[in-house]
Design a protein around this ligand. Structure first.
Ligand code: C2E
Ligand code: MG
Ligand code: MG
Length: 619
């Protein structure tokens, strides 16, 4: 194979050096060259010993070359092919005639079945110009795109005399695997959209290239109540709907904006340009329109809405992290303001957020520090004209802020999961207190959705009853529709289990939710509590009265006890006495009072509609 003009041993050194260079990365190349030169010394020693054992150098050489997994070619100073192994013509699709000794590089390039990918060409000079071994040789990487789709990479060492030696490898599979890995690392497999990591990189790059007068809007989207779809229809339906959502948001965002899926039901869009906030408002409107049509799940239609938080660079931040955080803050405001809307980030939101964080930190220690207290509000039985129970209502005595009402911390406690611990404390306290009251007096405790989801409610209830030695029939649990909406399938078995143990279950704030009737029929509630918003006008407004009557009759027809909340006047009481209302609760009977006032409340004479309200008892 060799034409004899090349010193076989020297050539072998170069083959090995080029082979190694091919495998090394370019960044490490110069270091590798030094290593190679050292390795070559060792190899040369080994080779010379070996070659003595073989018949001649050339035979050894031929065996090695033809067993290389890579293609090898050597061209002399006149660019003519002087040596090659079997793999070389195979890789480039060259025929035996094409590679007759003496063929030039350009002839071979003309005949091979592919073209050079000139964009990937690189050249490096070896550093050791002083080294006699390396001389001033240079290494060049070339890449070929073959007609059949393969990619061949060549590592060419050009020697000082102009001759060259090249190693060629089929890198198609490596390249495909690398592309796949890069794609997977950057995309969400469900929707095919860029993922959070890729999105961040794009925001980074866009912010870095931002021109002085350019604005960059970042929209953080979150589907409203998407969890309930996953929970009621199953994750695979949820996934299908998410794919449809992604498709629609993609259509709304168009190709000029960057869209990504940040997490389960969270998406983000990056919009560049100048006319802000108008452009991003138009984009948000378009998204809302696209998502307003129901989604299809087989025969069933699923309605979805979206909340959006928007932050605009440079006003709301010039760094990716800050912009993302602020869009998130604006999103939580959109959610808190009733969902299905967009909110632009403002500085005020930031300070509110800090307040919330401070409150959350305090809330975390409140149970341990014994800062909670229960107040009790009477449930008044109209037929018996007597108090038949008390609703436990939590109060937070904050060491600095004073008394914080439940609506200012229960939603936060729900969001951050603390409501499970707080709820456990409430159950224990309420059962312990109620155990001191007469047998006929029940205690009602409010329970949050989170307690069904994250905690073991049945166990907490069982332990609270056992610790207080309270009969289960004296405990009522109040849940709102939102508890059922979040996860009907998970909540129903727990409710049934509790009911079987003799605990009573009430539907609280009835009439304030979206689809009261369907939830009302999903479980045999013992009681419905009609929300106080229905009481306000019943005395003066005929329609309000008619609605109240209808709801009371509905509860009655379903065999549920009916309580009306928020009764504040004797006139309201008088009117409700005439309806089929079983119980009332409200300031007219008594506001919520500390536990020590319970005996006093129980000792009061019956309340009749003509009597004047109780004087306020000092707590
Ligand atoms: P809720 O369960 O519907 O409780 C009734 C609320 O109405 C109480 O507010 C009570 O003070 C108020 N109220 C009672 N009578 C009247 C009246 O005549 N007029 C008016 N305008 N309001 C009246 P509060 O104590 O501020 O509690 C608010 C909500 O906080 C409760 O609504 C309940 O959803 C939640 N909550 C209270 N304690 C707990 C608890 O221990 N755990 C959980 N998860 N939630 C609780
Ligand atoms: Mg309640
Ligand atoms: Mg209520």
């Amino acid at each position: 194979m060799a034409d004899g003009s090349i010193d076989a041993q020297r050539l072998m050194e170069l083959v090995i050096a080029t082979y190694h260079a091919h495998e090394s990365t370019y960044d490490a190349f110069e270091k590798n060259t030094e290593t190679l030169l050292r390795d070559n010394q060792v190899l040369r020693g080994n080779l010379s010993a070996l070659s003595q054992a073989f018949d001649g150098q050339n035979r050894l050489f031929e065996i090695v070359l033809n067993n290389l997994p890579l293609g090898l070619s050597v061209f002399d100073a006149g660019q003519r092919l002087t040596l090659y192994n079997i793999r070389f013509p195979q890789l480039f699709g060259l025929m035996p005639d094409d590679i007759a000794a003496g063929a030039t590089i350009s002839e071979l390039v003309g005949k091979m079945r592919g073209n050079e990918n000139t964009t990937s060409r690189t050249v490096r000079r070896t550093a050791r110009a002083s080294s006699a071994k390396a001389g001033n040789s240079s290494v060049r990487r070339r890449e070929w795109l073959m007609h059949d789709g393969r990619i061949i990479q060549s590592m060419v060492t050009i020697l000082p005399d102009g001759s060259s030696i090249a190693i060629h490898a089929d890198v198609t599979e490596d390249r495909k695997a690398a592309e796949r890995i890069t794609y997977l690392a950057h995309h969400d497999p469900l929707t095919g959209l860029p993922n959070r990591m890729y999105f961040r990189e794009q925001v980074d790059a866009t912010l870095a290239e931002r021109e002085e007068d350019e604005q960059i809007a970042l929209v953080h989207l979150n589907l409203d109540r998407f969890k309930s779809i996953n929970n009621t229809s199953g994750v695979s339906v949820g996934d299908k709907i998410l794919q449809q959502v992604a498709e629609r948001i993609r259509a709304a965002a168009g190709s000029e904006n960057t869209l990504a899926r940040l997490g389960s039901d969270e998406f983000a869009i990056l919009q560049t340009g100048k006319q802000q906030p108008w452009n991003v408002t138009a984009l948000a409107d378009q998204i809302r329109r696209e998502l307003s049509e129901p989604f299809l799940n087989g025969e069933k239609q699923v309605e979805l809405s979206v909340s959006m938080g928007i932050a605009i660079a440079p006003t709301d931040g010039e760094e990716t992290d800050i912009l993302l955080k602020n869009a998130g803050v604006a999103l939580s405001h959109a959610k808190a303001d009733g969902r299905r809307r967009e909110r632009f980030f403002t500085g005020e939101m930031e300070s509110q957020m800090q307040l919330r964080h401070a409150l959350e930190a305090d809330l975390r220690t409140a149970v341990e520090n014994d800062e909670f207290e229960l107040h009790y509000q009477p449930l008044y039985d109209l037929a018996g004209r007597r108090i038949c129970g008390f609703e436990a209502l939590i109060r937070w005595n904050h060491p600095v802020r004073g008394r914080v009402p439940p609506m200012d911390f229960i939603p936060l406690a729900e969001e951050v999961g603390l409501v499970v611990d707080i709820g456990r404390w409430v159950l224990r306290r309420a059962c312990t207190d109620a155990a001191q009251w007469p047998e006929s007096i029940k205690v009602a405790v409010n329970v949050s959705a989170m307690q069904f989801r994250s905690g073991d409610l049945t166990q907490d209830v069982g332990e609270a009853l056992a610790a207080a030695a309270l009969s289960p029939s004296r405990l009522e649990l109040e849940i709102t529709e939102s508890v059922l909406m979040e996860n009907l399938n998970e909540v129903l078995p727990i409710l049934h289990a509790l009911k079987e143990r003799g605990i009573r279950i009430s539907m609280d704030d009835f009439g304030t939710g979206y689809s009261s009737l369907s939830y009302l029929s999903s479980f045999p509630f013992d009681k419905i509590k009609i929300d106080k918003s229905f009481v306000n006008d019943i005395v003066d407004n005929k329609e309000a009265h008619a609605i109240m009557r209808a709801i009371i009759l509905l509860g009655d027809a379903l065999g549920m006890r009916v309580t009306v909340e928020g009764v504040e006047t004797a006139a309201q009481l008088a009117l409700l006495e005439c309806e089929a209302c079983d119980e009332i609760q409200g300031y007219h009977i008594s506001p919520p009072r500390p536990v020590r006032d319970v005996p006093h409340l129980l000792s009061l004479p019956p309340k009749n509609s003509n009597a004047t309200p109780l004087p306020t008892i000092k707590g």
